[in-house]
Write a protein that binds this ligand. Structure first.
Ligand code: FE2
Ligand code: FE2
Length: 296
């Protein structure tokens, strides 16, 4: 992917050098407590290059400007028919790896490595096998990028649309330019929803989380589906900004989302086993839960 701006329309600019830049920013905001304690290097997380910061900021400006209620409804209609492509999951991983930015020597991990590190850390801690599978597939929705979606419609912290944007969302000041910000249907605390209506009734901003949730919803236990669907909903699982929409059941299920999050953020392992070594285990795991081909 390139960093050139303005060669495309504003909305399709690619402010992030690659999608991992968004994840690095999350790590800066929510550093690994274990690493801070060990090395006392919290400032290291906060110190990163201006250029990266500018890219991330521009990325959020676009995300917060364009993620409207109407945008979400349109994209659900566009993608949730799953009529774009059909392939075995292994082909999907190859497809996903096309997202690697070869020109950037600092992009140490391809997408598959991140997925395997997450799933292997979950497996090593003895969690149920469906959770290992969640680790393996949680970012598969990033294939949206390869269908031509702009970065701000694939990654980024997610948040409800159809009601007021919380100021606990990162760079919330950028929501002032979102058309929904001044729309009286959508700019009250509850907007189109009712108090504690439950997240199954709430539309989230569009991205890889919502997409992979719908792809997997017939195949995994509910706890795993919550992990997939809400893993980027930092405003709730870290900041508790949307308790007014959450049901009792959501709160219980979010314990699983919180269990998953550190594996996503902090499971970098320099001694990762190779894919060739791991493949037999994952082939069995995938065959246990998923059909031979997946629809995209
Ligand atoms: Fe993700
Ligand atoms: Fe991830």
């Amino acid at each position: 992917m390139n960093t050139t701006k303005n060669t495309l329309t504003d909305g399709y600019a690619t402010p992030l050098a690659d999608l991992d830049e968004w994840e690095s920013d999350i790590l800066r905001r929510y550093p690994d407590p274990a690493v801070i304690n060990e090395n006392k290097k919290e400032e290291d997380f906060r110190n990163y290059q201006e250029t990266e910061k500018d890219g991330v900021k521009e990325f959020y400006r676009l995300n917060h400007l364009y993620q409207t209620y109407d945008f979400v409804i349109e994209h659900k209609a566009k993608y949730l028919n799953f009529d774009k492509k059909e392939m075995p999951i292994w082909d999907a991983f190859d497809f996903l790896n096309e997202l690697v930015d070869d020109s950037d020597p600092d992009t140490d991990l391809d997408q598959m490595q991140h997925l395997l590190q997450t799933s292997e850390a979950i497996r090593n801690d003895g969690h149920p096998d469906w959770m290992v599978l969640v680790g393996l597939i949680h970012d598969m929705g990033k294939v949206l990028c390869l269908f031509g979606e702009p970065q701000w419609a694939v990654v980024g912290d997610t948040f409800p649309v159809g009601c007021a944007f919380s100021d606990k969302i990162v760079y919330s000041e950028f929501f002032k330019d979102n058309p929904d910000y001044t729309d009286p249907r959508y700019n009250t605390e509850l907007g189109i929803y009712t108090r504690n209506c439950g997240l199954e009734n709430v539309h989230m901003s569009w991205g890889h989380d919502e997409y992979v949730y719908h792809m997997m919803k017939d195949y995994l236990p509910e706890q795993g589906l919550y992990m997939l669907r809400y893993h980027s909903f930092y405003a709730q699982h870290r900041e508790h900004a949307y308790n007014h929409l959450m049901s009792e059941h959501d709160h219980k299920m979010f314990e699983w989302v919180k269990l998953f999050n550190p594996y996503d953020l902090y499971s970098k392992n320099p001694n990762q086993k190779s894919w060739d070594e791991l493949r037999p285990y994952y082939e069995n795991l995938v065959a246990k839960y998923l059909p031979p081909t997946l629809k995209f």
